[in-house]
Design a protein around this ligand. Structure first.
Ligand SMILES: NC(=O)C1=CN([C@@H]2O[C@H](COP(=O)(O)OP(=O)(O)OC[C@H]3O[C@@H](n4cnc5c(N)ncnc54)[C@H](OP(=O)(O)O)[C@@H]3O)[C@@H](O)[C@H]2O)C=CC1
Ligand SMILES: O=C(O)[C@@H]1CCC=N1
Length: 254
């Protein structure tokens, strides 16, 4: 996720000289420096001099990283965390008083500048901090502000969401192959169907149920397929899946 954001910031015209990446593994550091022309350092504390620090480590590593970086932080700086589940109050309790914290839940379509990010302000965050975080994330897609208590649900829908979509496409390709289509053809049909449907959703602004009804001819093929999806409780499975993701996000933050 960190590299996705880094590449987006550079595409959006941020100067590589204004960025510093922290990467401890030498091989990976060399790869990032070569690919993006950014300075890459191994010492977390060295990056703490930046006005804005993005934290893109796993939730399980967050306490260790905060312990490393905290002594070098100063009030007024902005910390932007992209970690699932980690609350702004957890971060605030590990850094000096007055450091501003913004919690963000991004997603991987940021790689193609079609990301969806939800942001929530912590206690010491002013409008300028929130605007800076919004600006960073807007480089790679859309941004909404949500109350922090909604972030676990956001994680379940848009943070993890791309994986569900890829899973469905994968299942459609496998089904196409099962029906006798060459794999390359099944792949192209499924992917373009997804892209076309996604653009329709955004451009028509219609409810998905309306668009689904337009495909569903009375007594036709789509009705036959949708009946099977209902019999196999796909809608209920999505509800259970998103609840599991929401619960896991809460767990990661506790
Ligand atoms: N993947 C996704 O779709 C999304 C991820 N997120 C969040 O983004 C964060 C990163 O996730 P993801 O990119 O998938 O995970 P990765 O494991 O790919 O990335 C985590 C990175 O953190 C580095 N790291 C770990 N410990 C330290 C440390 N002490 N100092 C400096 N760097 C460290 C790792 O380096 P190394 O490889 O050398 O160990 C690795 O590059 C998570 O908190 C996740 O919740 C949020 C939304 C979507
Ligand atoms: O799977 C995860 O925990 C991360 C957070 C949202 C998407 N990926």
């Amino acid at each position: 996720m960190g590299e996705t954001l880094l590449s987006g910031l550079i595409r959006a015209g941020r100067s590589a000289a204004d960025l510093v990446v922290v990467e401890k593994r030498e091989e990976r550091a060399a790869e990032l420096a070569e690919r993006y022309g950014v300075p890459v350092v191994a010492d977390v504390a060295a990056a703490a001099e930046a006005d804005t620090v993005l934290l893109v480590v796993k939730p399980q590593d967050m306490a260790d990283v905060l312990a490393e970086i905290a002594p070098a932080l100063r009030p007024g700086q902005l910390l932007v965390s992209l970690a699932a589940g980690i609350t702004t109050s957890f971060i605030e309790s590990h850094v000096p008083e007055g450091v501003a914290v913004v919690r963000v839940m991004p997603n991987t379509p940021a790689l193609v500048d079609e990301g969806m990010a939800a942001i929530s302000a912590g206690t010491h965050c002013d409008d300028a901090h929130l605007a800076e975080a919004t600006d960073l994330l807007r480089s790679v897609g859309r941004v909404v502000e949500v109350p922090e208590k909604q972030q676990d649900a956001v994680t379940a829908i848009s943070g993890s969401g791309p994986a569900y979509v890829f899973f469905v496409v994968e299942a459609m390709i496998e089904a196409g192959v099962h029906l006798g289509l060459p794999r390359t053809v099944a792949h192209e049909l499924a992917v373009q169907t997804l892209v076309g449907s996604a653009i329709m959703l955004r451009e028509t602004n219609e409810h998905p149920a309306v668009l689904r009804e337009q495909v569903t001819s009375p007594g036709g093929t789509t009705a036959a397929a949708l009946r099977e999806l209902e019999v196999h409780r796909v809608r209920a499975a999505f509800l259970a899946a998103l609840e599991a993701a929401r619960d896991r996000s809460r767990e990661l933050g506790s």
